[in-house]
Design a binder for this molecule. Sequence first.
Ligand SMILES: Cc1ncc(COP(=O)(O)O)c(C=O)c1O
Length: 374
Amino acid sequence: MSLTPNDPRLLTPGPLTTSHETKAAMLHDWGSRDTAFLEANARVRQKLLEIAGATSTHVCVPLQGSGTFAVEAALGTLIPRSGKALVLVNGAYGQRMTKMLGYMQRAFVVQETPEDSPPDLEALQQTLANEPSITHVLAVHCETTSGILNPVEQIAEFVAQHKRSLIIDAMSAFGAIPLDAQQVKFDAVMASSNKCLEGVPGMGYAIIRREKLEQSKGNAHSLSLDLYDQWQAMEASSQWRFTPPTHVLIAFDKAIEQFEKEGGVAGRNARYSENCRTLVSGMADLGFEPLLPPERQAPIIVTFRMPADPAFDFQTFYDRVKERGYILYPGKLTVAPSFRVGCIGHLQPIDMQAAVDAMKAVLVEMGVASGKPA
Ligand SMILES: Cc1ncc(COP(=O)(O)O)c(C=O)c1O
């Protein structure tokens, strides 16, 4: 596995830095109905189920487009028109699911906590006990808005106790933060190719409990986002219904091969955790403060509060760090000015240290004495 020389290092939560091997896999053309492609497709679907510990209970349905397409498709396919969702919101991606439900005219209620706080589990219990009309609970595993790790294990326990259906947006966590269907009872999990499995962007996928998908015929509000139809067609012919993202799928197959060589979820989690530690401690030496305490921080992306030094200007900082080869990520918090640095992608702790060194040099150039926030 190697980095492509002279490419910028993406400290972003996807698209992210991919290995040279993954990119090189795209240098060929593939017939979408040819056996070689169909075999790769079947392999990828099977491996994704294995990663989720879900081979005997769930099926994997891939879908063209970015992660949002897969989330919207899963909600529209699994929540019937007569259903009602409870959405746990503590950032933009929970919020986005409420927007989708609005578009598809499904009833929903929202339980919101601040961006730096996990969902309120007591309130969840109470709502599930008091509102029998709720059929589905929607949660985000790592809320990429802040980088917070949400307690999906406990959420799943409560949802199962109350016999409701749990749908998890695990976009930025899948493959790096353990989520095993044998231990965490979920009916669907959605993620995409260009996150912790380190593929290139272009497709998402949903891992759905077979019996729930079997019952979802006719629910979808959209043909292209109907995962029941996508699944049925793929089961019948092994093919995608509509033009598949062939190169993306082949690169994903290659990326998953490297994921397995690294030791699967445990191996990837260990590298990202070390990336995160290197980043946070290096940034602390420069005065920067993360938004989240370590126990709430997922090793995926870190939100830093904006420095108070009047000489600091984020756009200048961003541009100059980029000139040194590292792409940072603007903040998405509504509560406080911030910026983010991703720990995921084909990067090692040594790359994170080099990024911190680049940021240090830029601060000196800008005449910023410290990254300390107000
Ligand atoms: C948790 C989460 N959900 C959904 C999405 C949406 O994915 P996309 O931007 O690929 O549509 C993202 C993207 O970063 C995410 O982090």
